[in-house]
Ligand binder design. Structure first.
Ligand code: NDP
Ligand code: MG
Length: 385
């Protein structure tokens, strides 16, 4: 029985993780859950999965929930307790499905405690990839991707040797604005940004997918997960989202993983790796998907992808800056206080205002993250004046 601590259980990945657990009660046990403030759904999840412990990060929602809940599950209030779940003896696998930089501290704590990390929270690797991977190496901990592209790459690398890899090819759906002109994008509404053609995801990642910042974050994530140079990571737009990513080898062979777009598959693979188990997810019928197409991403229209490569290649704290600026810009965009097309403008501004630190410490990362957020906020507030 694998004991799972699930951070972000009420979100898109969290709920689908619980679907996988529900379908395999003899294999997986949920020992703890964590949410920001959705205590209504958390309550239902506690009743169904009977975890020993649950964290509510938002203090007001958490204190209120504590007075309402009277069952055996221990309720902890405050974000600092995410780390308690990460290091608990009752955790074998820490599945990190919170959004954003918040995931970094509990992930580091989990690694130090020797827990397997099933990583959905890509922002953690973007902000501090070198540090996270070195720590994982030192503690002999596996970091298993939940992100579908990286799961596809991992699956395409089974039985291969690292030195045989020529390049990684990440596929991208292109998002809802793939065929729209740059002029057309000037005044798109947040509702339009949130209409993803193939995937139903949380709000932040859906905006990231529309701007291609998500693909930029994934390029940086791939660099750290698979130890490849940025020059050897290519992005190809594949609007049907059937090929989830590929690896080209030195002999010219390309190995890919295919399937219907359903996050339950990569979630389950991260939980069973290196094994596979049966599942009743939809099956791919090639005759119904006879038109698989590929395009080059338009990085003039989707500047975030170009900026992510630049930040990644600059290395040091620049990916952390990229991530923080993007998180702030998306937050404002979700509130309709920043135009969608200004997201890369904000990121470029904050990158330009930051002096890089090549050999960073964890303290540097927290300081740079905070500084980037405040530069981004000030810039956006001035934009709207
Ligand atoms: P959602 O917005 O749907 O869910 C986020 C979850 O995290 C919610 O349960 C939320 O709780 C919880 N949460 C947020 N902040 C905190 C906090 N401080 N403490 C505890 N819990 C918190 O996001 P997604 O599921 O879409 O994405 C999660 C992560 O997975 C992101 O990093 C994303 O990039 C990545 N990912 C997502 C994919 C997808 O298909 N959705 C695909 C690949 C990667 P509450 O409900 O109370 O707010
Ligand atoms: Mg992805």
């Amino acid at each position: 029985m694998k004991k799972i601590s699930l951070l972000g259980s009420t979100g898109s990945i969290g709920k689908q993780t619980l679907d996988v657990v529900r379908a395999n009660p003899d294999r997986f046990q949920i020992t703890s859950l964590a949410v920001q403030s959705n205590t209504k759904l958390l309550h239902a999840q506690i009743n169904e999965f009977k975890p020993l412990c649950a964290v509510v990060s938002d203090r007001v929602a958490g204190e209120k929930f504590k007075t309402e809940y009277s069952g055996p599950c221990k309720i902890l209030v405050g974000e600092e307790h995410l780390q308690d779940l990460a290091v608990s003896e009752q955790t074998d696998v820490l599945l990190t499905a919170v959004v954003g930089f918040t995931g970094l501290r509990p992930t580091l704590a989990g690694i130090k405690a020797g827990k397997t990390i099933a990583l959905a929270n890509k922002e953690t690797l973007v902000a501090a990839g070198n540090l996270v991977m070195n720590l994982a190496k030192a503690h002999k901990v596996d970091i298993l991707p939940v992100d579908s592209e990286h799961s596809a790459v991992l699956q395409s690398m089974q039985g291969q040797v690292h030195s045989w890899i020529k390049k990684i090819i990440l596929t991208a759906s292109g998002g809802p604005f793939r065929t729209r002109s740059s002029e057309d994008l000037q005044n798109v509404s947040i509702e339009e940004c949130l209409k993803h053609p193939n995937w139903n995801m949380g709000r932040k990642i859906t905006v990231d997918s529309a701007s291609l910042a998500n693909k930029g974050l994934e390029v940086i994530e791939a660099r750290w997960l698979f130890d490849v140079d940025y020059a050897d990571i290519e992005v190809v737009v594949h609007p049907q989202s059937i090929i989830h990513s590929m690896v080209e080898y030195v002999d010219g062979s390309v190995i890919a993983q295919l399937g219907l777009p359903d996050m339950k598959l990569p979630i389950q693979y991260a939980l069973t790796y290196p094994e596979r188990i049966a599942a009743d997810f939809g099956r791919l019928d090639f005759l119904k998907h006879s038109n698989l197409t590929f395009e080059q991403p338009n990085t003039d229209k989707f500047l975030c992808l170009k900026l992510a490569y630049q930040a990644g290649m600059a290395d040091g704290v620049m990916p952390c800056v990229f991530n923080a600026a993007n998180e702030v810009a998306v937050e404002y965009c979700l509130d309709s206080r920043l135009r969608f097309v200004d997201i890369p403008v904000v990121i470029e501004h904050v990158l330009g205002k930051t002096t890089n630190i090549k050999d960073y410490t964890l303290e540097d990362i927290f300081a740079v993250d905070a500084q980037s957020r405040s530069i981004a906020k000030e810039y956006i507030e001035n934009l709207s004046k």
